[in-house]
Design a protein around this ligand. Sequence first.
Ligand code: UDX
Length: 473
Amino acid sequence: MRITVIGCGYVGLVTGTCFAEAGHQVVCTDNDAERIATLKAGIVPIYEPHLDGLLTANSRANRLSFTCDATAAVNSGDAIFICVGTPPKENGEADLSAIDDVARLIATEAHTSKLVVEKSTVPAQTGQQLKRVLSVYRRDPSVDFRVASNPEFLREGTAVEDFLHPDRIVLGVEDEDSEAQLREIYRPILEAKFNCPAHLKGCPSAKPATLVVTTINSAELIKHASNSFLAMKISYANMIADLCEKVGADIKEVVHAMGLDPRIGPQFLNAGLGFGGFCLPKDVQAFVRLAERSGVNFHMLKEAELVNKRRIDLFIEKIRQALWVIKDKQVGILGLAFKANTDDIRFAPSLEVIRRLLAEGAQVRAYDQEAMDRTATIFPEIQFCREPHEVAQDADALLILTEWPEFRQLDWGHISELMSRPLVIDGRNLLDPATLMEHGFEYHCFGRHLEEPQRQFVPAPILKAASNAMQQS
Ligand code: UDX
């Protein structure tokens, strides 16, 4: 099949590359000429495991190409996948202007009939607007446009596996031809009939995918509803963690047992600093706005968002409780990316933590396997280190902000010797408290049952009220 992908961001690149890997002829375009030049040179501008290998192999096999010529790209594919960004506006609504631009481009430039597929995350009913724009701006009356929705469920860090071995493929369609065309496009993936690279073989999700055919509106809603549910699940776990701290329970024990119930499931119950990234926070906001505009009060979701925002307050409070005065303290940060296995820092909790530490006058040093370059563009004033031990040298506290598994393997005994004060505040509940305490660390995290320091933690408002009461007496 001949496929065009418009938008070479994270979703577009994975989509285009994986469709080529599945045997299709793919042309990708983007209005960022520099990005296209980089891609033509075989360089992948994002860190995503397996993507560079697949991109190079498929470019060499002439199944995948990149062009700045949007008109040529539009005319090369029978199906066009729209993968442009839908960033949040000030009020949280999704900004759909890039989708509108692409729709007008297709309408005016296409010489033959096309299936236009929304891959970008968009609010329900966008497909209907897309159809309208395509028909209103259509230049050639003999050209026919069909619209479909095919939401992506790609997690950064495992996006290639997610694409090639999905657990479900959702096709939102309104006519049989579109369904047949999309089924054909996904056939190699459904039948796993592509040259699966050795490193992906045996990947855990290599079970057959379920194909779900729905209306366009439902497909659009499925995406927002899924991500919002995941966000609620994380916020729920975070509230349980707060409760665990108060009643002396352990969040890991609690969610482990909860997750054994198949109706609940074990994933997305890790408590800590909360969710970040370019999907969950913006999708939750967009879903809330969609609900508001539709006259539905989705208060529950707003609360999940608030709970998530409060994680940072709570974390800073833990730092304050441990360090007392933050000003002039050497604070080391391990992990900047919004989660492990990515270099993405968009809406990463680390950014807000750093902002607040700097505002309070802390000296900040940081290390991340992949995300330091991006963070340096936002915080040139902080010191970036080549390895974790350098971050620990003479530090008053070490903060874990990303769940990179490598941090577990560090020589914590040695790190304890390097620090001014062996103090770790673990925003991801990543480390083993017993190991840390064995090495003499004061260790704080979220909702774990610890012997000493954490249970002495008293939230600032309570301390403040207590000190006010003392002053009055
Ligand atoms: C998400 C969805 O998972 C994916 O299906 C969708 O298509 C795109 O958005 P992604 O943004 O890559 O994927 O991140 P995800 O793995 O969902 O994690 C989001 C955030 O939640 C991260 O900051 C992560 O650290 C945090 N998280 C995740 C938790 O705090 N606890 C958890 O238990 C799981």
